[in-house]
Write a protein that binds this ligand. Structure first.
Ligand SMILES: [Ca+2]
Length: 430
């Protein structure tokens, strides 16, 4: 396989010079170990006709370690390397033995530092932008441009775009396998209690001013009809988390949770949103919600989980969340507390300047880098691409990756529309 890529590249470059081709390949080989270089050299000697029939050759056995994080604790009685999910990989790719290194999401950075510091670099691990630059510069990971191709990851290449490719490219080389992100479920939106709108005879809000009036009514006009003043119009998470549609209505953006701020060119100069007059307008709007008691003040100390719990308790009128959580956790959860509760999405409200917007995630999921010490990037390519295998035997697009995310259809997951899977609420699981 590798030889075919090398030949193809050299063929493309033949109009230039052979020296250029060799130079381009040099970093790939020098980053790999001597074993890998030897493998490349020996396969180069194999006539192309024999190499083209890969299916007839047994695949080389490969062992590799995969560092992954999990947002949920792995139960104590589950062996990361011997359970139905790990065994799916084993059954599908018997020639690849995976050693799963599973760490809680919050401890991922520390775990990486410890492993890298002790020289036990995981053979593959997900990396972020900064790590891509640092790890490549320090020689911790290897360039894998020749593997980020149709040849090695055909399913992936069908599902990713140029943004994914550029997200793994640095100094002319590709340093990780990008994986696609579900383009529907990764987005966020503003949501509203449709049953409260109906109960109070209110229209779906279109502007930030409409929204204020609706949220005020949700706070003071007893939308749940229990005769008690026990509801709020709006809720966020700490650091004004999950208020993006409101920020963008005022044409500003600031992610206080991740220290990401937007800079805009004004009169030829870049200035941060945080000091623009529009930010003051946005904060004035939020301060009014707070001062008027429409904003659930308690939520300013909430994490996302607490926000979710408060919403599904049935006392909140408007909130922002990721679309992925809506179908499963929010709708299902709310129904437990309020059987007549209905959730609807709000179109992003229009602000005083006529602007509106939504936060959009990139279509890139994880980016898997390969240790400079690991000789088999093609095995990682095979695993990742297998996870994106389309299953034509079902009516929707069912990726293996979806199953690892949300489980088996009908057991742990349900189908949204005819294309996407979504986890069933935990309350529905037996
Ligand atoms: Ca009430």
């Amino acid at each position: 396989m590798k030889q075919k890529i090398l030949l193809a590249l050299c063929g493309l470059l033949a109009l230039g010079s052979l020296a250029a081709c060799q130079n381009n390949q040099a970093p790939v080989q020098s980053a790999a170990s001597s074993t890998s270089t030897t493998t490349v050299s020996s396969s180069m000697a194999t006539p192309p006709a024999e190499k083209s029939s890969d299916a007839e050759q047994p695949k080389e056995s490969v062992s590799l370690s995969v560092l992954i994080s999990t947002s949920r604790p792995v139960p104590a009685d589950v062996d990361p390397n011997d359970n139905p999910w790990a065994n799916r990989f084993r059954d599908a790719m018997p020639h690849i033995e995976i050693d799963w290194i599973i760490t809680p999401q919050a401890a991922m950075q520390e775990k990486k530092n410890i492993l890298i510091g002790s020289g036990e670099i995981p053979d593959t691990m997900p990396i972020d932008d900064l790590e891509l630059v640092n790890f490549s510069t320090l020689g911790i990971i290897q360039p894998i441009s020749e593997y980020v191709t149709e040849e090695y990851i055909p399913n992936t290449m069908k599902l990713i775009g140029d943004d994914a490719i550029s997200s793994v490219t640095y100094q002319g080389e590709k340093w990780a396998f990008p994986t696609p992100r579900n383009p529907v479920e990764s987005q966020e939106a503003m949501f509203i209690r449709q049953d409260w709108l109906d109960a109070l005879g209110l229209e779906m809000p279109k502007t930030t001013d409409d929204l204020y009036e609706v949220m005020r009514a949700f706070t003071f006009d007893d939308p749940d009809g229990n005769g008690q003043n026990d509801t709020f119009g709006y809720i966020s998470a700490k650091n004004l988390g999950w208020t993006n549609p409101l920020m963008l209505a005022f044409d500003v953006y600031e992610n206080t949770s991740n220290n990401v701020d937007r800079w805009i060119r004004v009169d030829g100069q870049f200035i941060p949103d945080i000091i623009r007059p529009e930010m003051k307008e946005y904060l004035t709007y939020m301060a009014k919600l707070y001062a008027d008691g429409v904003y659930d003040k308690e939520s300013l100390a909430f994490d996302f989980k607490q926000l979710e719990e408060k919403v599904i308790s049935g006392k909140i009128g408007v909130w922002v969340s990721s679309a992925s959580g809506t179908s499963s956790r929010y709708v299902g959860g709310l129904k437990q507390a309020v059987p007549t509760g209905e959730i609807a999405a709000v179109e992003p409200p229009v602000g005083p300047g006529g602007k509106r917007g939504m936060f959009k995630s990139t279509a890139v999921g994880k980016r898997w880098a390969i240790s400079a010490k690991f000789d088999h990037p093609e095995a990682v390519a095979e695993i990742l691409d297998w996870m994106l295998t389309l299953d034509d035997s079902v009516s929707h697009i069912q990726y293996n990756a979806d199953q690892f995310e949300v489980g088996d259809v009908g057991v742990h997951a349900t189908v949204i529309g005819d294309r996407f899977l979504s986890a069933l609420p935990e309350t529905d699981l037996s």
